[in-house]
Structures are given as C-alpha cells and as structure tokens.
Design a protein around this ligand. Sequence first.
Ligand code: ZN
Length: 294
Amino acid sequence: MDLEGTIIRGYSGFYYVWDGATLWECKLRGRYKISENTFLPGDKVRFKILDAPSAKAVIEFAYPRKNELIRPSICNVDQALIVMAIKDPEADLWLVDRLLINLLFNNIEPIICFSKADLVSLDSSREIYNEYRDSGFPRYIISTVDHRGVDQLRQLLKGKISVLSGPSGVGKSSIINIIEPALQRKTGEISLRSSRGKHTTRSVELLPLSTGGYVADTPGFSQMHLPDIKKERLAGYYKEFDSYAPFCKFSSCLHRDEPQCAVRDAVDSGMISSKRYRNYLLLLKEIIEKKRRY
Ligand code: ZN
C-alpha cells in the first residue's frame, strides 16, 4: 500500500518523510538515483513501506512543486515569516524591505512578525507596526515572554509550509518552541545551534507541527541578494504608493527626483512612511547600479 507524506530533510542518501504520525526513512527508487539532489524538503511524495517496524520505506513518486527556492533549498513554501525584533537587536527595516522584495519576487506570501514586544512600550511597538500600515502585508506583534500574538501565529502556521527568516538573535527558535512545545524536545539541539549562528551551511529541515503544518528555520536566509527586477517594477512592490502614483506628472515616474511627483508629496505630508520611502530609494539605487555593472 502506498502512503503519502512530506520530505522534511535529506541526509546522506536518505530522505526523511513525515506522514503526520511516523517519520519514515526513505530510499529512492532506482530511476530517481540519477541526480544527487532530486528531492527537496517540502516535496510531497508517495512511498511504499519496506519494513514497518523500523519505519523504512522507498519513495515511489513526487508531486509537482508549486515553487522552489535555491538558497535555502526548499520547495512548496506557502508563506514566509519575516521575524524582526523591535529591540535587542534593533529592528532593521531595511532588511525587512529587502526580504519582502525577495519573497514577492519568488511568489511567496510574506508575513511580518515584530518580536520581543515585551521589551518596549506599547507606543514603540505601535510605531514600528504602523510603518507598514498601508503596505498590504499581514503584520503581527509577538512576544514569547508574555505570549502576545502567539495564538494568532499558531493559527497562521496551521497546515502550511512556512519559512522563518530574519537575522540571528530575533528569537526565531523561541517562536518555534512556543508555537510547538513538543518540538523543543525533538529539535531543541538544532534550534539552539542555529540561534547561535553556527552551522550556517547545514541543509534545511522542516519541523512538523501538530496542527499539520511545517516550519523551516533557515539560517542564512537573512542575507539574500536582491533579485533581478527592473527599476520600473520596484514601485509595484510598495502598495502604499498605489493611490498616489497615478497622479505623478510622468507616467514613467520613478518617484525619485522627477518634478511633480505625487508619491514624494505624500511622503512629505506624512501619508507615506518616510522610512519605507527611504528604503525604496536605496533599493532603486542598488538596482540601477547593479544594471550599470553589466
Ligand atoms: Zn512619482
């Protein structure tokens, strides 16, 4: 009888497949052995049991992927949580914006999670939350100390493959552990190691949640290169520009130094977050300079 499951990791020629109850150590059928990295964590597969007591099986078939990331190597990602501490370390909104662009470019839905909310006043967390008010992205304020936002986050991860991204020290491992306390026992060592920023080259592992979803802690995901986007397309990633851009004098306006730019006016009058706009300008500059180099 064939069973179905999700590959949660690959390790020295074996793939570990979780079917919701058992972790199966799977080999590949001969025809799959041609290429080394045939499968990725996130692949949905059908497998045949070789030996049930020792949970050994063989992969028969993999379903087509809905998406695939190269760094980190993972597929079928439903959403990515951008985890950024409000304090300690100081929030890096420049990195948030870079990650947002990258995820959108890869057709992965971003969700912004501001963590360590217990370290700051309500006003401070509200301030950072409001920087993304008109960005269109779902935002959450999280604290693993006073459990703020934890239930909402748990709901959000239910039944989905989610990637946690963000710099080290923002509490990604603590978030995983509070969402799924059982994982602490199973993966505590791995989580601890990655939180110290070591083993940055280790391959991705999906952690199964009791709600049916998976989370991937992905060290190194914070230093992503900017994707190959055209400068004219960048403003499209800033939803807060949408209601102003049609009123710019030039339809080709890059909202930089063109005359009668409605977006810049909106920034000046406080309708658009000046931090978001500044990040837009920096990204625009980077894209233009990158093009010039080739
Ligand atoms: Zn403009």
